[in-house]
Design a binder for this molecule. Structure first.
Ligand code: DQA
Length: 145
């Protein structure tokens, strides 16, 4: 199964940004964790990170044409603002799982809405890096069923 993992703004600064919230492991460590999880599942995985909303929309659109069979997305701050990312996910009609490292449900009021989440069938919130692995497992199970 071919999976696309999309990470939004500032996730490239993991290990630097607000360590008391996001921990001290960096983005490379996250990528290694995702690659290891994908290998165990026998999945082909592509990792994409951007700080730009339009670039994320472009990459999601590309997924429709490049044989991607499932999307794991942590849109980061765009979660709470981006109708464009929601629309892109709806447009490509691929199974999608939303991930957040932190438990956004117990954070600030402005984090309580998730636009992208409205196009995702599964949600892995507050599980840290493990959330990405669980999301990939869910997509593989969904694919088989
Ligand atoms: C985040 C939560 C978002 O609210 C925040 O803007 C992020 C990261 C998370 O993974 O916990 O950048 O998506």
């Amino acid at each position: 199964m071919k999976l696309l993992i999309v990470n939004g703004p500032n996730l490239n600064l993991l290990g630097i940004r607000e360590k008391h919230i996001y921990g001290d492991r960096d983005y490379d460590a996250l990528c290694a964790c995702i690659r290891a999880g994908a290998e165990k599942l026998g999945c082909e995985v592509e990792l994409f990170q951007s700080n730009h909303e339009g670039a994320i929309v472009d990459r999601i659109q590309q997924a429709y044409f490049d044989g991607t069979e499932g999307i794991v997305i942590n849109p980061a701050a765009y979660t709470h603002t981006s109708v464009a990312i929601l629309d892109a996910l709806k447009a490509v009609q691929l199974p999608a799982a939303e991930v957040h490292l932190t438990d956004v449900t117990h954070r600030e009021p402005f984090r309580q809405i998730s636009y992208a989440g409205m196009a995702c069938e599964a949600h892995f919130i507050g599980l840290g890096f493990e959330g990405y692995v669980k999301a990939m497992e869910w997509l593989v199970g969904h694919h088989k069923s």
